[in-house]
Design a protein around this ligand. Structure first.
Ligand code: CP3
Length: 344
């Protein structure tokens, strides 16, 4: 059997037709997802019930034949694995009982993560059996900094004043939280790999809100520690890093962290990324999710430009951020056709 396309790209092979998958490819834009979520009763129940999580992971594979499936789960679940209270408001994002001082760190226990998140690994295990031979299975976690943002703010945020306040006023104390997260996330990702995830992606959605100094301390250092921890048990597993909107700091991120590939956000200069990043490691990205919502000539032009720029080197077609719920499912089919019919 020939090697799976996504794995070939991650090994550095330029492919005439790049592999394609989309961040958040399972989700509310699909009517069949909404149906299963309704059956599950809640988003968290969907995440924690392997039967349902497997089903929604497979939905976009059946419908579109993507080259990769990404485990259906969510980034803040690790906080719950550590012992923090997590819930979802209907139609909204994650909410957590915020931790804003050292006293709140005491109860967090990385030793509990593997047990509390056991259904997630069960989902991975079941997916290995259910996926088509040519489909790569991706496991994922949030990077320590981004998960810390959710844990300290208590959910999403505009200003990130609480997490920055803590990190800037008392970095030694904040570092304890980051160390706990490196530990917990290493366990979480290794368990996914053990259960059969073939590739791991680390989402650092809030990588763009720190200065150079903050970026090195709270993004690069913890990611580097996390990657080396994973490599102890899984020396060869490909790891995709996604320091979203990190701009020129992407270069330092790839030089320092040891990731196999990077995922690019929509706003980065493609020319700069091809010259400075793809010349060193495989890249993934970076179509604007809103171009996919709107379709038409702009979508076609963006897809062609992306392929013209990146298909000469190792490349994985993806979005620059997660798919949004307003996306017409037929636009996703059109996108796949555009990518697969492309010739330079
Ligand atoms: O298909 C996949 O990509 C796999 C599943 C997946 C989800 N979230 C499902 C989800 C993955 C990989 C994520 C990652 C994630 N979750 C990130 C990193 C990527 C990014 O977007 O920056 C972040 C920051 C989160 C946290 C999160 N979860 C937010 C901010 C929200 C609310 C926003 C929204 O789209 O509603 C969620 C909820 C969430 N995670 C949904 C899904 C399908 C929607 C919940 C629902 O169905 O009601």
């Amino acid at each position: 059997m020939t090697k799976k396309k996504l794995l070939r790209a991650l090994e550095g092979e330029p492919l005439h037709t790049p592999p394609i998958w989309l961040m958040r490819q399972a989700g509310r834009y699909l009517p069949e997802y909404r149906q299963v979520k309704e059956k599950a009763g809640s988003f968290l129940n969907l995440c924690y019930t392997p039967k349902y999580a497997v089903e929604v992971t497979l939905q976009p594979i059946r419908r579109y034949g993507f080259d990769a499936a990404i485990l259906f789960s969510d980034l803040p679940l690790i906080a719950q694995g550590l012992g923090q209270k997590l819930w979802y408001e209907e139609g909204g994002g994650p909410r957590l009982d915020p931790i804003r001082e050292a006293a709140g760190l005491g109860p967090l226990d990385p030793g509990q993560v593997a047990d509390r998140l056991a259904p997630v690994y069960e989902t991975v295990h079941e997916l290995v059996k259910a996926l088509p031979d040519e489909t790569t299975l991706i496991g994922f976690a949030g990077a320590p900094w981004t998960v810390a943002c959710y844990m300290v703010e208590g959910g999403g945020s505009r200003e990130f004043s609480e997490v920055k306040g803590w990190a800037f006023r008392n970095p030694e104390e904040f570092e304890i939280l980051i160390e706990i997260l490196v530990d917990a996330t290493a366990i979480h990702l290794c368990r996914q790999a053990e259960a059969g995830a073939e590739v791991l992606q680390i989402f650092d959605s809030w990588a763009s809100i720190l200065s150079d100094t903050g970026f090195r301390r709270w993004i690069i250092e913890p990611t580097k520690a996390l990657v080396s921890r994973i490599r102890v048990d899984f020396p060869d597993i490909p790891i995709i890093g996604f320091p979203r909107a990190a701009g020129v700091m992407y270069a330092e991120y790839i030089a320092e962290t040891g990731v196999t590939a990077v995922s690019l956000d929509t706003a980065i200069s493609r020319r700069w990324a091809a010259e400075n990043l793809q010349s060193k490691i495989p890249v993934q990205g970076n179509l604007d999710p809103l171009a996919l919502v709107n379709g038409g000539a702009y979508l076609e032009q963006e897809v062609r430009e992306t392929l013209d720029r990146f298909s000469g080197g190792p490349f994985i077609f993806n979005l620059g951020h997660g798919i949004v719920k307003e996306t017409p499912p037929e636009n996703v089919a059109a996108l796949i056709a555009l990518v697969r019919e492309y010739s330079a």
